[in-house]
Design a protein around this ligand. Structure first.
Ligand SMILES: NC(=O)c1ccc[n+]([C@@H]2O[C@H](COP(=O)([O-])OP(=O)(O)OC[C@H]3O[C@@H](n4cnc5c(N)ncnc54)[C@H](OP(=O)(O)O)[C@@H]3O)[C@@H](O)[C@H]2O)c1
Length: 329
């Protein structure tokens, strides 16, 4: 059936300015790291992207290596774009990244100009796009001069293959240096993508401060801590959950009794706020406006609906914040 987007989609979501740029991102963005690979059901991924867009989620995040197999999430997304979204391309912010291992030999990972330029060409081919909205360097490279990596991002913007550039998993010090180099090249860093959630608070140790000072936006990946900050594991490990599945990025060993005891207390708190735990976790990440967008993953349409509704209550009392800190201490 031909997809026609919901007329009310822009009434469902709020949009936040990304740093000091002209670009606004939805408070909730959808990442395609899991559940969009060649091993996954195409119609489920397609339904999730359709529902997300209908809820005002305009931003979709990919990387060269998402799958499995690596590259297949971009192929799936390209198919969804061709099937449903060609009339809506100008309403979408599509990002991809390069940094992790993608192909054999010395040019298939890290941060050389050779790798970043070749990888974006491959990503554009897989998605059937002329350009991406945001191109990220996915992880810092200890060996390539940062000047070369940033010059590659600047080059790709000048070639029209990316509109904006970003960095991911960079320390505060490297983010600051990258920002200074990019500013000197005339292509300011739009955004940083760190892991950030109630259970992963590293960005509070200087990164968020530097991003604010530099006018760089931020998008928090794994804001649900890969599913742990939801009701998913409260009653054991469901067979269709990420922890039970083939992903090597969440193993059952992480879901200890101690973790679940804390999650259970957070779940009670969320209920008192009239939210699901997943919604409280997203609201927490977005509280105070320091983070531009929360970048969720999903395995089913209902999870995207849960996430979109999180924006209905983003405020916390000081006592609630202190209680969360005590529970997770
Ligand atoms: N830059 C980087 O290095 C990097 C690294 C990791 C991720 N990312 C980006 O961040 C995105 C999100 O990462 P993530 O998938 O780990 O994020 P997440 O939002 O922390 O976890 C998503 C998972 O939580 C579960 N879930 C979501 N909503 C739920 C709900 N309402 N109720 C119960 N369970 C729920 C689902 O797992 P089940 O499968 O169990 O249903 C879902 O796949 C990725 O797609 C990618 O774009 C970037």
């Amino acid at each position: 059936m031909v997809y026609v987007a919901d007329d009310k989609r822009y009434e469902m979501m709020t949009y936040r300015r990304c740093g000091k740029s002209g670009l606004k991102l939805p408070a909730i963005s959808l990442g395609l790291w899991h559940n969009f690979g060649g091993i996954d059901k195409y119609e489920n991924g397609r339904a999730m992207v359709r529902r997300a867009f209908d809820l005002g989620i305009t931003h979709f995040d990919l990387a060269n290596n998402y799958g499995p197999p690596a590259g297949s999430a971009e192929e799936t997304f390209g198919r969804i774009l061709r099937d449903d979204f060609m009339p809506y391309r100008d309403e979408m912010i599509i990002s991809t990244k390069a940094g992790y291992y993608m192909w054999p030999g010395p040019y298939g990972e890290w941060g050389s100009k050779k790798y970043l330029v070749s990888s974006l060409d491959q990503s554009l081919t897989r998605m059937g796009l002329d350009y991406v909205d945001i191109y990220y360097h996915h992880r810092p490279d200890p060996d390539t001069p940062l000047e070369e990596t940033m010059a590659a991002l600047d080059l790709l913007v000048r070639q029209g293959k990316a509109l904006y550039v970003g960095i991911s998993n960079y320390s505060p010090e490297m983010a600051l240096e990258a920002s200074r180099i990019l500013k000197s090249l005339g292509t300011p860093c739009l955004i940083h993508q760190p892991q950030y959630s109630m259970m992963a608070r590293q960005p509070e140790q200087g990164l968020l401060q530097i991003l604010e000072e530099e006018g760089i936006g931020s998008i928090a990946f794994s804001p649900l801590n890969k599913g742990i900050l939801t009701d998913r594991y409260l009653n054991g490990i469901a067979p269709d959950s990420r922890a039970a599945g083939p992903s090597v990025f969440l193993n059952q060993g992480e879901i200890t009794e101690e973790v679940i005891a804390k999650v259970s207390r957070l779940n009670d708190m969320a209920a008192k706020r009239g939210q699901k735990l997943s919604q409280m976790a997203l609201a927490w990440t977005l509280r105070g406006g320091k983070v531009t967008s929360a970048l969720i993953g999903a395995s089913k349409v209902s999870q995207i609906e849960d996430a979109a509704a999180a924006i209905n209550n983003l405020s916390f009392t000081d006592e609630e914040l202190a209680q969360i800190d005590r529970i997770l201490a």
